[in-house]
Ligand binder design. Structure first.
Ligand SMILES: [Zn+2]
Ligand SMILES: [Zn+2]
Length: 527
């Protein structure tokens, strides 16, 4: 007890001393930014080129929803940023390395994946292996935003005319990288709106270094998705300070706090090798194809596979619609609202005057569940594996307001969002039937691509819909010498459930006779 009294007396003395001192100028957003620019050498930095290596985490592609994002090696990385030109060029090599081969996003990677990603102001493109530009209009805004999320970009954007930065001063307990230190410290946070839309918050420490930059980016599954970079191990190159380590989170770093609905958060860790101050890199002349590119309209093609069974293709991700007496079942609501709404509109034309009663979700990867909220808003109950229940209920069909790209569920939440039942979960097998037709939904056990994987089977029509376990190669293309583990596991599940499949309708690629799948997994005959 004595100890506390002493401490308290000390505090009183300290307050007295502070009052007696002449009043210091209170910091303002501008004074904090100027001190940071001075300490970091921002005003002398027009361009930067830096290299290094580390890992990349594939957002929304975990095997188990409670896992962190699956990683691949960022084997080589060179980035040049020209702040005046508002341009960035990334050249990188991704490699499977020694990381786990379970999960999605192309895992396991075969060989080196070379990528060149460029943005110049509002125009974005990639450079393909053939050297040709591949316009990326949908990626342009977030790539532009990313120029302002590194420490110097942050200071420059916050000090730009019209940025109107505000200063928030707070005491922080805990520190970067965990709760190893509970020492309280005072930090300055500068906040401004970037590109008229994104609130960007930078934490500036007592050495006037920008150690964390946080914002939100729009995401069809998570809404306003947390995106933050932590910058440490600062180096000094000709009076310019640049971090030697980048660590990024996409989604919240909250896996230590139960309940853990969704474990994904670490999306990048990067150790800097070489820093070249004011090296602007190669020029980036904007290709005409990229300058004029717009996001292509959603295209939905309908193929009737059997009476009342329709394969819905036309983009990268496919769905299937099955007509019952009084309702329709949608199998797979992929990508985002634009895709799934177009699929739903097409179903209403193809199968008029029936509600979509159920939406069957193959697995929890973000590109296969990005339209789930849209289908739910249209009235469908979500059919998914029981292992996804908590994540879907708490974080996908969430009550959170989406501000960056609000969707139907965020803008017009229906009353049954709270009252009704939203999910029908499958453990091993579920059946949707109305006496006229049957659709069976099976749990695919032990699939390396994703835990909680489902496949949908029409026993009378002998049609199986699956995603990501088997993507039929283009007609006439070579088949792999050894069967990919995800496809082989699917074969074993089909055998275990004794399914008499005639046709596979794949979530990517095309619909194929079952014999083609058998040849793909090395189980076919000699024909
Ligand atoms: Zn997947
Ligand atoms: Zn897929």
């Amino acid at each position: 007890m004595d100890r506390y009294i002493t401490a308290f007396a000390g505090a009183v003395l300290l307050v007295t001393a502070m009052v007696a001192r002449p009043a210091a100028q209170a910091p303002t957003a501008q004074s904090v930014l100027q001190a940071a620019a001075q300490a970091m050498g921002t005003n002398n930095l027009k361009c930067i080129t830096y290299t290094g290596s580390g890992y990349v985490g594939f957002v929304g592609q975990t095997r188990d929803i409670r896992d962190d994002w699956p990683r691949v090696e960022l084997a080589e990385y060179t980035r040049s940023i020209n702040f005046d030109e508002r341009s960035s060029r990334v050249e990188q090599v991704l490699r499977q390395g020694t990381y786990s081969t379970q999960g999605g996003g192309g895992i396991p990677l075969t060989g080196d994946q070379r990528q060149t990603q460029i943005v110049v102001d509002k125009v974005a493109w990639n450079v393909g292996a053939n050297g040709m530009p591949a316009p990326q209009p949908a990626a342009a805004e977030v790539r532009q935003l990313d120029i302002w999320l590194n420490p110097h970009g942050f200071i420059k954007a916050a000090m730009a005319p019209g940025a109107n930065p505000v200063l928030i001063t707070r005491y922080e307990s805990g520190a970067l990288g965990g709760l190893t230190s509970i020492a309280m410290r005072k930090v300055n946070i500068i906040s401004f709106m970037a590109l008229g839309k994104y609130r960007v918050n930078g934490t500036i420490n007592d050495q006037n270094l920008v150690e964390r930059v946080q914002t939100f980016v729009p995401n069809p599954v998570r809404g306003d998705l947390n995106q933050e970079g932590e910058y440490t191990q600062w180096r000094d190159v000709n009076g310019v300070k640049w971090p030697g380590n980048f660590h990024h989170h996409t989604d919240w770093d909250d896996e230590t706090q139960a309940p853990n609905y969704n474990g994904g958060h670490n999306s990048l860790t990067f150790t800097v090798k070489d820093i070249q101050v004011n090296n602007c890199g190669a020029p980036n002349p904007v290709p005409d194809a990229a300058r004029t590119a717009t996001v292509p309209p959603v295209n939905v093609q309908v193929t009737k596979m059997s009476e009342g069974v329709y394969y819905l293709t036309g983009g990268s991700h496919h769905s299937m619609a099955v007509e019952f007496r009084d309702f329709t079942v949608l199998v797979e609501a992929p990508q985002n609202q634009a895709r799934t709404q177009a699929v739903i509109d097409t179903i209403y034309k193809t199968i008029p005057n029936k509600p979509i009663r159920y939406v069957v979700n193959s697995h929890h990867h973000f590109d296969h569940l990005g339209g789930l909220r849209t289908a739910f808003h249209a009235g469908a109950t979500v059919v998914t594996h029981s292992s996804n229940r908590d994540f879907y209920k708490q974080e996908v069909l969430s009550y959170g307001r989406w501000t960056l790209e609000p969707d139907l569920l965020s803008l017009y939440p229906p009353t049954e969002f709270a009252e009704g039942y939203q999910l029908e979960t499958i453990d091993m097998k579920g059946t949707i039937s109305d006496g006229t037709r049957t659709l069976d939904v099976y749990y695919v056990q032990g699939n390396p691509h994703s835990e909680g994987m489902l496949m949908a089977y029409l026993p009378r029509e002998r049609i199986l819909f699956e995603s990501d376990m088997y993507t039929p190669p283009a007609e006439g293309a070579a088949i792999p010498a050894t069967a990919p583990p995800a496809a082989l596991n699917m074969f074993q599940n089909i055998q275990a459930y004794k399914l008499d499949v005639a046709t596979i309708a794949a979530g990517h690629g095309r619909a194929v006779p079952f014999a083609e799948f058998l040849r793909f997994v090395g189980k076919g005959g000699t024909n």
